[in-house]
Design a binder for this molecule. Structure first.
Ligand SMILES: [Zn+2]
Length: 488
C-alpha cells in the first residue's frame, strides 16, 4: 500500500506496546466470563451477526480504522503492485531506499523527491474521489454510530465526505495543512501546491527573511533564499505538508483520544490496512475483550499465532467469539455489510409487526392477521421511518375490509416503498449521489493549471524554470521521473 513505508518505519519509532508474548493488553481467554463472551455476538460470529447487532441497536459506538486499501479504488496508486505500484517507481528517484521519500532526515537534505511525489499524490478532488468505503464511514456518522474514524491515509479523501472534523483523526497527518519544518509557521496550502506544480521547492518566507538556509543538497536554492551566508541551524526552512514523516511524532490528538475511544467503543471496523503501524495498529487490541471486531481487507492480518495470543484477531481459532473477517475489496465489503444490516432490520420490522398484530388481535378478540397494521413499531431502528410507517399504516387500515390478493399486494408494495429509502444501501447511494453535486466543496485548494500553462508559454524554456525563491529544477528530469508515476 502507498503509505506502508510510513507504517513500517513507525513500527520502530512508535511501537509503544510491543505485542510480544507476556506483554499482551488483553487478559488470557480463560480468564474471561464465558457468558459475556457468548453475548458479544450471541454465537453468530459472522458479518451477519454483527449486522444483526447493529440492526438491534446493541452496537451504538463504532471505531473505524482505515488504511491505504480504502483509497485504491479511488485510483491512488497502490504502493506494492509490481510494475504499477509506487514502490517500484520510487526506485527511479535515486533514493537510498523507498522509505527515504518520507524520511524527515532525508527531506532536510533533499526535498525534491517528496515534492515530485506530491505532484502525483496531492489530494486533488478533480483527480481522486472518495470511495464507497469513505461514504460508508460518513453513513455511520449519519446513523449516529460513529465514535471516531482513525485514518492512516494522508490523501484527505475522508474530508470529501464532510465528516465532522472532531470525528476524524489523521493518525499520520495529511496534506490538509502545511507548515515550515524549522519554525512551524503555517503556510497556505496553495503556496505549497503552486510550488509543486511549478516543480520548485518552497521555503519559509519568515525564516528566509531573517536567516540563512542550510540545504546541503540544494545549494542554489539555499544561496538565493538565504544569501549564501553561514549556517545558523541544522534545520532548513523547508515547507512541508503536516504529514508525519519518519522521525516525527504522531499528532497529539491521536494520543489524547486513543484509549478513551477504545474504552467507549462497542465495535471496531478495520478496513484496508496491513495493521503494521503502532500504536495505530493496537486499536483493535485496546478495546474491551467483549467488543466485537470486524476486518474488511484483501487478506487477513494481525492474526493470532495460537490460542495463547490474546490481542490479535482469532478468526481461525475455534474459540473465536468476536472477530469477523470479510476477505475482499473494501467497497464490496461495506456493500455486503449494508445489505445484511438492511436484511436484519427488515426481519426485526416484520417481527415487530407480527407482535403488534398479536397485541391488537388480543384486544379485539381476533386472531392475528396480516390485514392488521402494526399498532406500535418497537423496532430499534424506527427513528427515521416513523412518519412514513404511519402513512403506510393508514394505507393498510383503509383497505382493511378488502381481502383481495390485489389489495394485499398493494399494501406490501406501499410498505416496501415506505422503508426502502431509509435502508443503509439506499442511504449510502444517496450520500454518494449528493456528493457528485457541485455544491460539495473541495476542501483543498484548486490547482492553478491555467496559470501554470501561461507561465510555461511565456517562459518558453522547457529545460529550466525559476521559482519565487529562485531554486532551479530540471524540467526534463522531472518529466522523466514523474512519467514513472503515472497511474494506470
Ligand atoms: Zn519558518
Amino acid at each position: 500500500m502507498l503509505f506502508q513505508i510510513i507504517n513500517d518505519n513507525a513500527i520502530i519509532i512508535y511501537r509503544a506496546k510491543p505485542l510480544t508474548m507476556g506483554n499482551a493488553i488483553n487478559p488470557p481467554i480463560d480468564e474471561l466470563d464465558p457468558k459475556r463472551m457468548h453475548a458479544v455476538l450471541e454465537g453468530d460470529v459472522t458479518l451477519k451477526g454483527i449486522a444483526k447487532r447493529i440492526a438491534e441497536r446493541k452496537i451504538k459506538s463504532i471505531i473505524v480504522l482505515v488504511g491505504a486499501g480504502i483509497s485504491v479504488s479511488a485510483g491512488i496508486p497502490d504502493f506494492r503492485t509490481p510494475g504499477t505500484g509506487l514502490y517500484d517507481n520510487l526506485q527511479k528517484y535515486d533514493l537510498p531506499n523507498p522509505q527515504a521519500v518520507f524520511s524527515i532526515d532525508f527531506f532536510k537534505k533533499n526535498p525534491k523527491p517528496f515534492y515530485l511525489l506530491s505532484k502525483e499524490i496531492y489530494p486533488d478532488k478533480q483527480k481522486y474521489l472518495a470511495t464507497k468505503t469513505h461514504w460508508f464511514i460518513r453513513l455511520l456518522q449519519e446513523k449516529g454510530l460513529l465514535l471516531r474514524c482513525y485514518t492512516q491515509n494522508i490523501d484527505c479523501l475522508e474530508l470529501q465526505t464532510n465528516i465532522p472534523k472532531d470525528k476524524l483523526i489523521a493518525c499520520h497527518g495529511s496534506y490538509a495543512t502545511t507548515s515550515c519544518i524549522r519554525c512551524g509557521t503555517s503556510v497556505p496550502n496553495k503556496d505549497f501546491l503552486q510550488a509543486v506544480r511549478n516543480d520548485t521547492i518552497l521555503y519559509c518566507k519568515k525564516c528566509t527573511s531573517t536567516t540563512t538556509v542550510n540545504s546541503s543538497n540544494d545549494t542554489k536554492a539555499g544561496a538565493i533564499a538565504g544569501g549564501g551566508g553561514g549556517d545558523l541551524t541544522d534545520v532548513p526552512p523547508l515547507v512541508k505538508p503536516d504529514i508525519t514523516f519518519f522521525g516525527e511524532a504522531l499528532p497529539e490528538i491521536f494520543h489524547k483520544n486513543l484509549q478513551p475511544d477504545c474504552d467507549a467503543a462497542d465495535l471496531v471496523i478495520v478496513m484496508g490496512t496491513s495493521l503494521k503501524v503502532h500504536p495505530v495498529a493496537s486499536i483493535p487490541d485496546r478495546v474491551s475483550s467483549y467488543t466485537p471486531r470486524l476486518l474488511i481487507n484483501m487478506e487477513d492480518v494481525h492474526v493470532a499465532e495460537d490460542k495463547t495470543e490474546t490481542d490479535a484477531f482469532r478468526f481461525h481459532l475455534d474459540d473465536n467469539y468476536r472477530d469477523v473477517f470479510y476477505k475482499g475489496e473494501c467497497d464490496k465489503g461495506v456493500t455486503k455489510f449494508c445489505e445484511l444490516i438492511d436484511y436484519e432490520m427488515k426481519k426485526l420490522n416484520e417481527n415487530d409487526e407480527q407482535q403488534g398484530e398479536y397485541k391488537v388481535s388480543q384486544l379485539e378478540g381476533k386472531s392475528p392477521s396480516k390485514d392488521n397494521a402494526s399498532s406500535k413499531n418497537k423496532s430499534p431502528s424506527k427513528d427515521k421511518r416513523s412518519s412514513k410507517n404511519k402513512r403506510s399504516s393508514k394505507n393498510k387500515r383503509s383497505s382493511k375490509n378488502k381481502s383481495s390478493s390485489e389489495d394485499e399486494s398493494k399494501q406490501k408494495k406501499v410498505k416496501k416503498e415506505s422503508t426502502s429509502d431509509t435502508t443503509w444501501i439506499r442511504s449510502l447511494q444517496k450520500l454518494m449521489t449528493e456528493a457528485s453535486h457541485p455544491s460539495t466543496a473541495n476542501l483543498l485548494d484548486q490547482h492553478p493549471e491555467k496559470e501554470e500553462e501561461k507561465k510555461m508559454t511565456v517562459n518558453g524554456d522547457s529545460e529550466k524554470k525559476e521559482n519565487e525563491s529562485g531554486s532551479l529544477v530540471d524540467k526534463d528530469l522531472l518529466s522523466e521521473k514523474l512519467s514513472g508515476l503515472q497511474i494506470v
